[in-house]
Design a protein around this ligand. Structure first.
Ligand code: THU
Length: 124
């Protein structure tokens, strides 16, 4: 997964932040869907790698996700941003989140640790 996320990172379009991110989302059946961040001159329209991966996967009819890998060039493993945590929680549930750097540092936590006390359909 980390290798595929790293390949996806190479396709990132990040001319404004220069912060390239790759993601790889895995289903229980072993299918893997990747994503990269895609920025826009209208900055707020930019999309994170994690959401690109999950929206691609859901739009292809996939479900039952077990893990996501996120690769950045940062000095330390980078956790998903707040909006990505929310989307991942609602569409993937309590998956494993593998965070890795291109230099080989990594950290794995469950999403529930990154998003305690979530707002979701149970709240409605
Ligand atoms: N970014 C991601 O792709 N995933 C995250 O979880 C955090 C941020 C992207 C968005 C933007 O293109 C760049 O990283 C800098 O914030």
């Amino acid at each position: 997964m980390v290798a595929l996320a790293r390949e996806a990172r190479a396709r990132a379009r990040a001319p404004y932040s220069r912060f390239r991110v790759g993601a790889a989302l895995k289903t229980r059946g072993g299918e893997i869907v990747t994503g990269c961040n895609i920025e826009n001159a209208s900055y707020g329209l930019s999309m994170c790698a994690e959401r690109v991966a999950v929206f691609k996967a859901v739009s292809e009819g996939l479900s039952d996700f077990v893990a996501i890998a996120v690769v950045t060039g940062s000095g330390r493993p980078t956790p998903p941003c707040g909006p990505c945590r929310q989307i991942l929680w609602e569409l993937c549930g309590d998956i494993a989140v593998h965070m890795a750097t291109v230099r080989g540092r990594s950290l794995t936590v469950r999403l529930s640790r990154l998003l305690p006390l979530p707002f979701d359909e149970k709240s409605l």
